[in-house]
Write a protein that binds this ligand. Structure first.
Ligand code: SF4
Length: 353
């Protein structure tokens, strides 16, 4: 996921700091020497309802958003996603005031990397998705999250819900080819943290320009978002428009205007549920989006890699050509993967005999 100001972190490490400072505000002394509460910046390790984070007067930073543009090579890693953000925080290249760790419905790799941050002195809270989709359990989790962050003001949730409705509109435009694959992806994937503030996200939505995208194939991107910063642009260059992006779609699909609604909605986050629920959801979405081919993106050392045969089976059942891509470190798409994508696009153009 990209830095939202378009400046790459690797080229300008100070950009990360500036962004951190502009978003993260804390207690400070007002004119009369009275402490005034400013927004605390909360790092999140996976999907955590931004509705609750902002309603509690904090700002969200999805740590994953910093990874694809980073050139940091962590020495001690399994999955590069969590190892890179762990190092960014431990080296204080990014400042956070607190951490919300998704401890259920995510992976042990990120859980351990987050615990290393916690042990280094960052206060942390563990947020758990119910494997069964139990709404009562989800409600308890959402309330515990609010307790960690502060008193929620439900009015703020209306604003977040409205922004997500606008992001859903962008999703539809992308599916019609009225927005480029990469531009649409940036908006959808940033729904996880609203780019650090609802205002900034609203500005990004307003700045989005309509385009007439020429493409040959309607593609679904399944699994974790690509760790390669140019992946969507590359697909588009090859005539493959991503009309369904699984994770970003999940980020914009879930919302709510009250704690109860948020709990109900996020209990259906299929990435955290039994795989049967996710497969049912994907079956419906692949048909609904009239997807012609699917690319499954997964990471070295990630347990989701084991889902590859199940997703392939689903696509075979639907008659959808399927390509599996495994990545490791962030950066631009390696030549070998580029060649495989080109061959895939060519076969699609030839009618996938
Ligand atoms: S890609 Fe897999 S291993 Fe890496 S952080 Fe995400 S879920 Fe965990």
């Amino acid at each position: 996921m990209q830095p939202q100001d378009g400046v790459t972190v690797a080229e300008h490490p100070e950009a990360l700091e500036l962004r951190a400072e502009s978003v993260g505000e804390r207690w400070h002394s007002g004119a009369a020497g009275v402490s005034v509460r400013r927004m605390e910046r909360i790092g999140i390790t996976a999907l955590v309802p931004p509705e609750v984070v902002y309603a509690c007067g904090c700002s969200a930073l999805d740590l994953n958003n910093l990874v694809p543009e980073s050139r940091l090579v962590p020495g001690d890693k399994l999955c590069a996603w969590s190892a890179v953000w762990r190092e960014l925080v431990l080296r204080r290249e990014v400042e956070i005031d607190g951490l919300v760790v998704v401890a259920g419905g995510d992976c042990y790799t990120s859980l351990v990397d987050a615990q290393r941050i916690e042990l280094a002195g960052v206060r942390a809270h563990h947020f758990i998705y119910p494997f069964s989709g139990d709404r009562r359990f989800m409600r308890e989790q959402v309330e515990a999250l609010a307790e960690f962050l502060g008193e929620p003001e439900e009015g703020v949730m209306d604003e977040v819900a409205e922004l997500k409705a606008m992001a859903m509109q962008v999703h539809r435009m992308r599916a019609r080819g009225e927005v480029g694959s990469e531009q649409g992806f940036r908006i959808e994937v940033s729904a996880s943290d609203l780019m650090g503030s609802p205002e900034r996200y609203r500005e990004a939505l307003a700045a989005l320009e309509e385009a007439e995208v020429s493409w040959e194939h309607r593609i679904a991107l399944l699994g974790v978002p690509p760790i390669y910063s140019d992946f969507h642009a590359l697909l588009q260059e090859m005539g493959m428009q991503v009309v369904f992006d699984e994770m970003p779609y999940e980020f914009i699909r879930h919302t709510g205007r009250s704690m109860a609604e948020v709990a109900r909605s996020y209990a259906g986050y299929t990435f955290a549920l039994h795989i049967r629920r996710r497969l049912e959801f994907l079956r419906k979405q692949l048909r609904r989006h009239r997807v012609e081919a699917a690319v499954h993106f997964h990471q070295y050392a990630c347990h989701h890699r084991l889902e590859d045969p199940l997703l392939r089976g689903l696509c075979e059942e639907l008659g959808i050509p399927y390509l599996s891509v495994e990545a490791d470190l962030p950066g631009r798409t390696p030549e070998q993967v580029r060649l495989r994508l080109e061959a895939f696009a060519e076969r699609l153009s030839e009618g996938w005999a």
